[in-house]
Ligand binder design. Sequence first.
Ligand code: ADP
Ligand code: MG
Length: 694
Amino acid sequence: MKDTSLKTYGEDVFSERAIRERLNRPVATKLLATMREGKPLDPTIADAVAEGMKNWALAKGATHFTHWFQPLTGGTAEKHDAFLEPTGPAQAVQRFSGQNLIGGETDASSFPSGGLRSTFEARGYTAWDPTSPAFIKRHDNGATLCIPTAFCSYNGETLDMKTPLLRSIQAVSRATERLMHKFRQPKAHVDITLGAEQEYFLIDKCFCMKRPDLLQTGRTVFGAAPAKHQQLEDHYFGAIKPRVLKFMTEVEDRLWRLGIPAKTRHNEVAPAQFELAPMFESLNLAVDHNMLIMEVLRQTAERNDLVCLLHEKPFEGVNGSGKHCNWSISYGGRNLLSPGSNPRENAIFITFLLAIIRAIEMHADILRETTAGAGNDHRLGANEAPPAIISVFLGDELNAVLDSIEKGMRDEGKGVREGGRGMKLRIGVDTLPPLPKDTTDRNRTSPFAFTGNKFEFRAPGSSQNCAKSQMVLNTIVAESIDALCDKLDAMKGDFNANLQKLLQAQVKAHKRVIFSGDGYSSDWPKEARRRGLPNLRDTMASLAPLKDERNIALFERYGVLSRGEMLSRWEIGMEDYHRRIRIEAGIALEIARSMIRPVVADEFSKLATAIGQARKDGLKVGIRGLTALSMKLGAGLDDLHVKCDRLERALARGRHPDQIAAMEDLRRTVDRLEGLVDDSRWPLPKYREMLFVY
Ligand code: ADP
Ligand code: MG
């Protein structure tokens, strides 16, 4: 039985409580201030902090420490060092210095750098990010102290996801302070918040072991859709099966010990698909926590003889998995995306809302880029996930408010307009009407939806590091807020009147990105083209914005990514994409030739023998059936041969669109054969088993 009292919540985190217990008061106070402000650690207290942290970790059974970082592979990385220092022959003590804590040097040569790091300069440096507390990872034989760090090259170029994320948080925080100052709000702490909903599949490990495609790529490259999959819609929010619930409980126990507020669990739309949603937290911490959530999901599955699939599309024909990133800005503890209770708060809300709409409209391409990847290509635009066209959903009530703002100015002389819900509306700080408190409209087909008090970005894939999309979102919103501030600065006269004019101009200029209709409908891409919205359909197209001069200038201006860092990310994205497609094509070819073909050939030859025998024996019945089946199998066998050769040629030539096409073509043949060959001899576990049997 697990601890159900929350007594163990956060016990594996070097939290404020642990810090106060383990460090003397002046050191603890200084460290906590550093953590809150996100400044580098004062070197004079580093040794004392390290000593306290080590003693805390030792008490938890730790033997090693590691700088834990997020390289550009999209995953996490760690290299363990023992707290071991020999003091003489056969003598040693457990040591951990301030230097060990603050920074580390590591061999960066095997991490992707996209040409940033020359091979002769293979060193990489890690530096503690004190805004994310150290934590303990347990294993069967002990534990490891993990120190969240940023990772960069010898020349200071970032080789990770965290560094630009931290820079972008700073950018949007500064811009927010600037705009709030215009509204005469007292200075307060800006906190960017993220709640990332994590979708995943869970299947029995014994099936996975028999599927080389799942083992190597995380997705099934073959497999016919079963008669029943998700069409009865009986899985979503259904009763959770006991074995899955046991798994979920164990996941939560681990996460709670790590201070990760896992809150919601439920069955998702596809069979064998589930979701875990934590309470939102400060963005940088929430990103680290999502990385840990993915790790804990995988490891806990393993311990339960299950496999957790985080791929965006493990199974064709049923829904894929996303990672909905809920994002907001809080100022002095108040959520700025929550419609306020007085006109001033509402004016602030509408101004931020329009700044965000402007950001999405002007920078949709680079936001789309953050969701690029071989896995997500199967999902975006596949009528189960938002389309690849980035648009904003606001809901009827807010649409009506924006409409009034837009029209209101045209009748400025009269100053009064009908609002969406029949209310009188004049725009301006003093006269803005009460806004809807809770937008209950839900449009699941929109990639970027306002959901009452936050925006939900639904395009990121289930396996992707949220840092990527959040870093871009922060930067484009910072630019947008600054642009509005610049415009206000340039306007003379009454602030309210100026704001009114500015907001109206924003609605007019950027409303084309707002779309309330069905994002899955075939009319939407046409309509989007008419509106001039980009539709970057696949990874290749969606990586291109990284090379766009306008985007490079923007990210350089905010000091989030340099030109070299942008270009290196393009290179890494392309390389990753090509490699993944190649691996998928390679494994598809191997399975088709060495697992499927022998079974089909054997069955065909048995049939041929049986037909010959039946003829010899002069049987009157059965020959027709046997012949019909052998014709189908024979044709399938020929087909298999031709398509395998075609895939092999595509692999040799190296053009991945050809590889994808050849793989899909081969799949159709294999999936047809699946329905013809003796079930007991089909070498791959089938969808109807994998998705339903626990
Ligand atoms: P749904 O499935 O309807 O999208 P969920 O309740 O599953 O909603 O998830 C909503 C997510 O949004 C949760 O992680 C929640 O903590 C998060 N969230 C709520 N308020 C905010 C906010 N102000 N900033 C960021 N995330 C938020
Ligand atoms: Mg959601």
